[in-house]
Design a protein around this ligand. Structure first.
Ligand SMILES: [Ca+2]
Length: 272
């Protein structure tokens, strides 16, 4: 090693930039979008920001980004480490959530790589006025498949084409009933329930959608069936009933058209 250095006869000053890259001085930090907006509801989609590192030095390097925020924020990661080729943006997603009741305010997430630092503003929004009273509320299910998110059925996205990212199904293939619904934090008047079951070009409702279900509401500890659907082959199904002040709402799913899983793209509830 010593002999090699001696043969190369490189002046010491030229070695300095390579050392600097290793400590992160030539890594540019980015974050998109700014600010990030977050709604304080348990099943509302998280605030999403794409973190980036670009190696502006002359040699590839390995960089560690530290991700931190104040205690109001829950962050999906606290570190982003990557090999960085020269002049190439390397990205990783960060999701930010806050508990229900978090007051509207602007917070920050700090991103640091070596001596580089970027402060990303995070705006906590007020809870929006909602026609769909299930949107973002706490979902409750009998089981959830590992590839799906419990919140997927009440995240505001009813597009069957985005089923994989934004839907829900149970984890008991071929075994019914399954249940899916929300627990409200305060008594809520509901008179109409809308189910969007899986209904895409590849997976039409008549083949993969929910076939038989009961819509139920809970007052105190008593569940009441307010509608029963049998033999459904449609993607979007509406159940209307005399409005009731309820503490929870759920579907009891008794069969699907493939007799496999209970697939919900979105479950909505309205006052009338
Ligand atoms: Ca959804």
């Amino acid at each position: 090693m010593l002999r090699r250095l001696a043969l190369a006869a490189v002046p010491l000053t030229l070695l300095v930039p390579a050392v600097a890259v290793a400590t992160g001085n030539h890594v540019e930090i980015s974050a998109t979008p700014q600010p990030v907006e977050v709604v304080p509801l348990p099943c509302f989609p998280a605030g999403k920001v794409m973190l980036g590192m670009t190696n502006t030095g002359r040699k590839p390097t390995i960089a560690d980004m530290r991700v931190s925020g104040d205690s109001a924020l829950t962050l999906s990661r606290h570190q982003f480490s990557s090999y960085l080729p020269v002049d190439q943006l390397v990205k990783a997603p960060l999701e930010i959530t806050v508990p229900r009741g978090t007051a509207p305010a602007t917070h920050t997430v700090d991103l640091t790589v070596g001596k580089e630092r970027l402060e990303v503003p995070v705006v906590i929004k007020p809870v929006p006025a909602r026609d769909n009273l299930l949107l973002g509320e706490q979902a409750v299910a009998s089981s959830t498949n590992g590839n799906m998110r419990l919140c997927g059925g009440v995240d505001g996205n009813a597009d069957s084409a985005q089923w994989g990212a934004s839907g829900w199904h149970d984890n008991t293939k071929g075994v019914f009933p399954d249940t899916y619904g929300v627990d409200f934090v305060q008594t809520t008047t509901i008179g109409r329930v809308v189910l969007q079951t899986l209904d895409s070009t590849t997976y039409p409702a008549a083949v993969m959608g929910i076939r038989d279900f009961d819509a139920q509401v809970r007052t105190g500890s008593t569940w009441t069936t307010v509608g029963a659907i049998r033999g459904n082959v449609q993607g979007r199904v509406t159940v209307t009933f005399a409005p009731l002040a309820v503490d929870a709402l759920r579907l009891v799913i008794r069969d699907s058209n493939d007799h496999g899983y209970s697939r919900i793209v979105e479950l909505e509830g309205y006052s009338s």
